[in-house]
Ligand binder design. Structure first.
Ligand SMILES: Cc1cc2nc3c(=O)[nH]c(=O)nc-3n(C[C@H](O)[C@H](O)[C@H](O)COP(=O)(O)OP(=O)(O)OC[C@H]3O[C@@H](n4cnc5c(N)ncnc54)[C@H](O)[C@@H]3O)c2cc1C
Length: 644
């Protein structure tokens, strides 16, 4: 087939703006909007199409930590510190506090832009999860009301419309590939970014006073299946950690990159779409589960007490202040895989027979309807493949059951060496302005260390956008070394000029195997060094022989080059931590000590001219959350108070 777009390989176009945002997911869109509202010129660069790109592009069903909504019974401080405690302080207090404090403000913004956040159609009148005064609907903990059920499919189109209204310059189908920096008085400063149009091959140079990184987190480092590449991981295919790779190449600092968990979600094509099989987690909380004979499997509270009243599933146990789902915070007692009932093994021992099913027919009508009629229809990976397809084929939740495959409620099980960036993984280190160690470069959303969730992406995106704008308002543009552009041009186009070379899938497969073998479950210095050595042989022997036939394939090749960079970063981070650390799911065989007191610190890592440098940072470096936040955001607090 003839390539349908113009060939602009070799063409270079320069765009000048005050702020450039890289990545047009939830966080990037909010960063662009916040910066534009400060009156600055803003460009946003997105590899896909903003309307549907990113983890939330096809939707999401719940909004966490909306602690300031009018029905909430928890404070931002309570929930932010609860997360920090729950993650043994290998957590990001700044990120959590911004989310708890500003998340609900962003939800109100989304509503003004046209997103749906309330039951305005009155479909759920009378439901216990609905507040009749505000029409807001809550999930999981009906007592404390700080997680909202939302119509996430409406949000990305609304954000795009708002950016167009404000005059943000939108660059869809452009992959950011490198950061522009300059060194002034011995200090590195950001001065924009380089991108490539993934349809035409045109290079775009964004000259900006400040840059916001919003390109999510790495994927396909350990897990790859060449036959089903789009199903390799939980997050969207195009998000593979390019932001981390370009940050590392430019000297940006990272932390917790040694953390990886045994894969649990939609990996390597072995599982069903997340929340696509019968289960009772997240989207499906608190679905009734039955065994093969239709015998109901009882729910228990965090203390193991069997719940007899259906609605007790949504209320904290006696003496428990709050819970998210399955008691995730505030003294959790459930094993994650063991659901909110009993763990899988115990169920089998007690005589429950496989297969298990989610049986929505046994639930109160509005509880059933909010799961099948709303949550499954709004959640990213179930919206079309499950909700739409099953409805089209006659699935009726009042009579049909949905089978739970595999062991437990999860739809696949994995080996210890098959790992993932999941559960608040590592990422960019930052200060209270969400600024990296390089002046003029900010980060937000899933690119930050120990990050997760849609509300957090929106809140930190807005926050980073306004801080980046404040910075840009007070500095002059600094020029960069033009050799950066020349070198990037050579790097980006090289695979176009290699005939009959190696395909990107082969390199991705080789990296995944290397990472499984040398940086998988249990690690030691010798293994890690072997792994690094092998990755370096890939750089020498495979990279110069990569080839591709069009700009789209070229983009895929660039992605795998970034996966290679990220893999090296991960191994360097693992080498830097010289003992096991259970909070980081990090196990060493060559250091006997486990979780020693000296190990309770962040190891922050970056590279300069190829030399890896590390420093230690106190886990609670963020200080007193409320005090630090309020001292830095007086203007914002005033604005919010005036609006109310
Ligand atoms: C299936 C699924 C369901 C989820 N459900 C929920 C939920 O119900 N509630 C909740 O709170 N959270 C949920 N999450 C998590 C939540 O969606 C994410 O935490 C959030 O969307 C992250 O936003 P972000 O802007 O950081 O990243 P993303 O939204 O992923 O955006 C990153 C963007 O960067 C772009 N990009 C990547 N590389 C480049 C590059 N080199 N150049 C240019 N652009 C690039 C990508 O195309 C993407 O658009 C879910 C996630 C998934 C995957």
């Amino acid at each position: 087939m003839k390539w349908p777009y113009d060939n602009k390989v070799g063409v270079k176009t320069t765009i000048k703006c005050d702020v450039v945002v890289l990545g047009g997911g939830l966080s990037g869109c909010f960063a662009a909007i916040a910066a534009r509202k400060k009156g600055l010129s803003v460009a946003i660069v997105e590899k896909g199409a903003i309307e549907k790109s990113g983890a939330a592009g096809t939707g999401f069903d719940h909004w966490e930590s909306a602690c300031t909504n009018p029905c909430s019974k928890v404070t931002p401080e309570e929930i932010a510190y609860a997360y920090v405690d729950e993650q043994d302080h290998f957590s990001n207090g700044i990120f959590h506090y911004i989310t708890c404090r500003e998340g609900y403000d962003r939800l109100l913004d989304l509503e003004k832009m046209g997103g749906k956040i309330r039951d305005t159609d009155r479909e759920f009148d009378g439901a216990r999860f609905k507040d009749q005064g505000t029409d807001l609907m809550f999930a999981y903990d009906y007592e404390n009301k700080f997680t909202l059920r939302v119509w996430g499919t409406t949000f990305k189109p609304a954000l795009l419309k708002e950016m167009k209204r404000l005059g943000v310059q939108i660059y869809d189908h452009v992959e950011a590939t490198a950061l522009l920096t300059t060194t002034k008085n011995g200090k590195k400063i950001g001065s924009g970014a380089i991108g490539m149009n993934v349809r035409t091959g045109e290079m775009l140079i964004f000259e900006a006073k400040s840059t916001v990184l919003a390109m999510s987190r790495p994927a396909r480092v350990w897990l790859f299946n060449a036959d089903t590449p789009g199903l390799c991981e939980f997050r969207p295919f195009q998000s593979i950690g390019s932001g981390h790779a370009m940050g590392w190449r430019s000297g940006v600092e990272f932390t917790m990159m040694e953390k990886s968990v045994r894969a649990e979600f939609s990996a390597a094509g072995r599982s069903f779409p997340p929340y696509g099989t019968g289960n009772n987690h997240n989207t499906w909380y608190a679905a009734t589960m039955v065994d093969a004979r239709g015998v109901e499997i009882p729910y228990v509270d965090r203390d193991g007490k069997e719940l007899t009243d259906y609605y007790d599933r949504y209320y904290p146990a006696k003496g428990q202040k709050y819970f998210l789902k399955g008691g995730v915070i505030d003294d959790p007692k459930y094993e994650y895989r063991g659901p909110e009932t009993l763990d899988f093994k115990t169920l089998i021992e007690r005589g429950y027979q496989l297969p298990f099913y989610a049986d929505l027919s046994k639930m109160p009508e509005l509880e059933r309807k909010v799961i099948w009629g709303m949550m499954v229809g709004q959640e990213a990976k179930t919206s079309v493949p499950i909700y739409q397809n099953y409805n089209d084929r006659g699935f009726d939740p009042t009579t049909h059951k949905l089978q739970s495959y595999g062991t437990g409620w999860q739809s696949a099980s994995f080996l210890d060496q098959e790992r993932q960036f999941f559960g608040a993984p590592g990422g960019i280190m930052h200060d209270w302005d969400l600024k990296t160690n390089i002046d003029g470069i900010y980060a937000c959303g899933d690119q930050l260390f120990a990050s997760d969730c849609a509300g957090a992406a929106c809140a930190t995106g807005h926050y980073a956008g306004r801080k980046a704008a404040e910075y840009a308002s007070n500095v002059e543009y600094v020029s960069y070394d033009v050799s950066l552009i020349e070198n990037e041009e050579k790097r980006l186009y090289a695979p176009l000029y290699k005939e009959n070379g190696i395909h990107w899938k082969e390199l991705n497969m080789a990296i995944a195997k290397c990472m499984q073998n040398y940086c998988g479950g249990i690690k030691c210095d010798a293994l890690l060094k072997e792994g690094l050595d092998l990755l370096e042989t890939y750089e020498r022997d495979i990279v110069p022989n990569l080839s591709c036939s069009n700009p789209h394939d070229l983009m895929r090749t660039h992605e795998v080059l970034d996966i290679l960079t990220v893999s090296k970063l991960v191994i360097h981070a693992c080498l830097a931590r010289k003992c096991s650390n259970t909070s980081l799911c990090f196990e060493r065989s060559d250091y006997a000590e486990k979780n020693p007191a000296w190990n309770k610190k962040h190891i922050v890592i970056h590279q300069e001219d190829g030399v890896v440098k590390t420093r230690d940072v106190e886990l609670d470096y963020f200080g007193d959350l409320k005090q630090e936040y309020e001292s830095r955001n007086k203007e914002y607090i005033k604005e919010v108070n005036n609006e109310n």
